[in-house]
Design a protein around this ligand. Structure first.
Ligand code: FAD
Length: 401
């Protein structure tokens, strides 16, 4: 006797979105999460997430993000409060950077509205910015910020409203094939369902060891700085900015009430496991981040309001894994992170629901596990080999002017 049609393991952004879509479609959904709602141990906390459309990682993401925009608006309707805040987005770097080239490629492939500004024009348009003469900025309006804690709460609230049963602080210890269904052992006993979705984020390899060679967990540090000039980086006037240069790829979030400016590095993190992740930050790390921030946002690097650590689950090519388990087609695997998954959550929820309920459906090739069967997976666009260490900030700042 199955307790549910579908068991969802992991109620972060992806599992909660899938639970919402499945419950809306009338399926009996039973969800488990090892921590309490709103916890800060995984990948879906931290007050803000960037949502953008001209997608530098690959133009193949644009149809999915378009679907996500529609579903985010639908979720806001049902939830009765805003989850998104439109700020516009800036993608800054030399014309030959992965960030600028990829953003322009996506915008041109899909006919997305955007502006390409040279350094002078960008600084005239956004006086808070500093760019080097050989840099450009791509600006798009279809971009902004999501409130991740509220978004996950909205998915869960809506899933429950459609009949889903979501159990927090109930870790799943293991799962197994049980006839034509799936059995899940938890701290609260054993449960059976016809199908399962495993969206356990940084813990995915613990539940699916076959994926261990494909996934690496990074500890990521984000710091909230108080701008030296209050409201100079107010999100009402200043777009978020991603920039790429010899020190790496960074993301700067404009000022929201009580939050200051948030800043962190995007293309590199400290390898760890969820258990070994360092949850504190050193003075040196914070100084280095401030040095990188003020190179482009000179008045943003005041005192530290707070910092947070969070986990990226990186695949070998930094694209998502959304696919059926090779040995259990009624078990759907989801690793939609690599530091850029949140914005897609409702559309990924739909994709997971389709895979779990329609044996004929298949994920986009970009997300299929079979892509790793070739000897050397395509090299990720994000980490050219010769990054200079940010500690050399001193010289970089002077070069940057
Ligand atoms: C610092 C940072 C900044 C980011 N910025 C952006 C951004 O600007 N834009 C963007 O689009 N994306 C961004 N991302 C990526 C995005 O946040 C992730 O892709 C997304 O949150 C992943 O969601 P998830 O559901 O896979 O993981 P999680 O939210 O971590 O959910 C996994 C859940 O599984 C549970 N779990 C694990 N093991 C078990 C078990 N055995 N039993 C039961 N439950 C279990 C965990 O408790 C957890 O709640 C960022 C990520 C980080 C860390």
């Amino acid at each position: 006797m199955s307790a549910a049609d579908i068991i969802v393991i992991g109620l972060g952004a992806m599992g909660s979105a899938a639970a919402w879509v499945l419950a809306q479609r009338g399926y009996r959904v039973l969800g488990f999460d090892r921590f309490a709602p709103g916890h800060d141990r995984g990948s879906s906390h931290g007050k803000t997430r960037i949502i953008r459309t001209a997608y530098y990682e690959s133009p193949e993401y644009v149809p999915l993000i378009r679907r996500a925009w529609t579903l985010w608006r639908e979720l806001e309707e049902r939830y009765g409060r805003p989850l998104l805040r439109m700020t516009g987005g800036l993608y800054i770097g030399r014309p030959d950077t992965v960030l600028v080239q990829g953003t322009l490629a996506s915008a041109r492939t899909h006919g997305l509205a955007h502006e390409l500004l040279d350094a002078e024009a960008a600084m005239r348009r956004f006086p808070v910015l500093r760019l080097a003469p050989d840099q450009v900025a791509v600006y798009e309006e279809a971009a902004g910020l999501i409130d991740p804690e509220a978004a996950v709460h909205a998915f869960q609230e809506q899933a429950r409203a459609c009949g889903a049963e979501l159990r927090h602080t109930v870790p799943v210890e293991r799962w197994s094939i049980d006839g034509d269904g799936i059995r899940v052992e938890t701290s609260e006993g054993s449960f059976r369902a016809d199908r399962a979705i495993i969206a356990a984020g940084a813990w995915l390899a613990e539940l699916v060891p076959e994926l261990r060679r494909l996934l690496t967990v990074w500890r990521i540090l984000h710091v909230h700085f108080e701008p030296l000039v209050p409201q100079r980086y107010d999100a009402a006037r200043v777009p978020f900015a991603l920039w790429e240069d010899e020190f790496g790829i960074y993301s700067a979030f404009p000022e929201l009430p009580g939050q200051g400016v948030k800043f962190g590095r995007h293309d590199s993190g400290e390898p760890c496991t969820p258990e070994t992740a360092r949850r504190t930050a050193t003075e040196e790390e914070i100084v280095t981040l401030r040095e990188q921030l003020v190179r482009y946002w000179p008045d943003a690097g005041g005192r530290v309001l707070w910092y947070l650590t969070c986990l990226y689950t990186m695949t070998l090519d930094h694209h998502f894994v959304i696919d059926r388990h090779p040995a259990a087609p009624n078990v759907i695997l989801c690793s939609a992170c690599s530091g850029h998954g949140f914005k897609f959550a409702p559309a990924i929820g739909e994709l997971l629901a389709d895979l779990a309920t329609d044996p004929q459906s298949s994920p986009p090739a970009l997300f299929q596990l079979t892509r790793f069967e070739q000897s050397e997976p395509a090299r990720s666009p994000r980490r050219p080999p010769d990054r200079r260490s940010p500690d050399a900030g001193q010289s970089a700042r002077s070069a940057h002017g």
